[in-house]
Design a protein around this ligand. Structure first.
Ligand code: SAM
Length: 213
């Protein structure tokens, strides 16, 4: 996601530690203390401006959500939503998804959402894809044994790569959608990118994968 640089963004993140924890590594294994209720934790890696995760947190008060985004100028928009909404089940983690095991203990997370992840189409950049084996290893480490990954994209190449990468890693597919918006999938929550690309006529792919049957 390319965005205007916002030089004030880091100060704004720092000014709201109730939503964006500082020294977040110290929360490893303790994330439940950040929420009003102890309940399953779902994370979104690369949440962009956060439309999806904010709406999910509103619709599902029975789940605790953590929005994870690497770019300061992007994640500050998630914070702006949360300042308005003050959702008790949403926290914001400014971090690189490559290092998830520094922030989460084994089994601390129940579900990982990946939405419209950067495709990194060049082969030499394949390791940066959020569904490449090193990232899958991170998800496996922090997820409960039956944990799931839910992935959406409009990028056919990335989707095909992800199906292959995940099945080679040993994940099972609960369900695969080759045209999500033409399916009967209930209660789809659109992301910013989903809205943009589907309005241009792009087909949306989706999968739900599990580490164990
Ligand atoms: N999920 C949003 C959506 O669907 O509208 C944003 C999609 S955007 C194409 C991908 C986002 O992932 C960008 O905001 C980017 O900064 C973030 N991202 C990429 N690599 C990341 C990483 N290793 N850790 C955390 N965020 C990452």
């Amino acid at each position: 996601m390319r965005l205007r640089h916002k030089p004030w963004a880091q100060d704004k993140l720092d000014a709201h530690p109730q939503y964006v924890p500082q020294q977040a590594e110290t929360l490893r294994g303790q994330w439940q203390t950040r929420f009003a209720k102890e309940q399953p934790i779902h994370i979104e890696v690369g949440s962009g401006k956060g439309r999806f995760i904010v709406e999910m947190a509103k619709r599902h008060p029975e789940i605790n959500y953590i929005s994870i985004e690497i770019q300061t100028s992007v994640i500050v928009t998630v914070l702006e939503h949360q300042i308005r909404e003050d959702l008790p089940n949403l926290q914001i983690l400014h971090a690189d998804g490559r290092n998830l095991n520094q922030y989460f203990a084994p089994g601390e997370v129940s579900l990982v959402y990946l939405n419209f992840s950067d495709p990194w189409p060049k082969k030499k950049h394949a390791k940066r894809r959020l569904t490449s084996p090193d990232f899958l290893a991170q998800y496996q480490e922090i997820l409960v044994p039956e944990g799931e990954i839910h992935f959406k994209t409009d990028n056919q190449g990335l989707f095909e790569y992800s199906l292959a990468s995940m099945s080679q890693y040993g994940l099972y597919f609960k369900q695969v959608w080759l045209d999500l918006h033409q399916s009967d999938f209930p209660d789809n929550v659109m992301t910013e990118y989903e809205e943009k690309f589907s309005s241009r006529g792009h087909r949306i792919y989706r999968m739900e994968a599990k580490f164990r049957k």
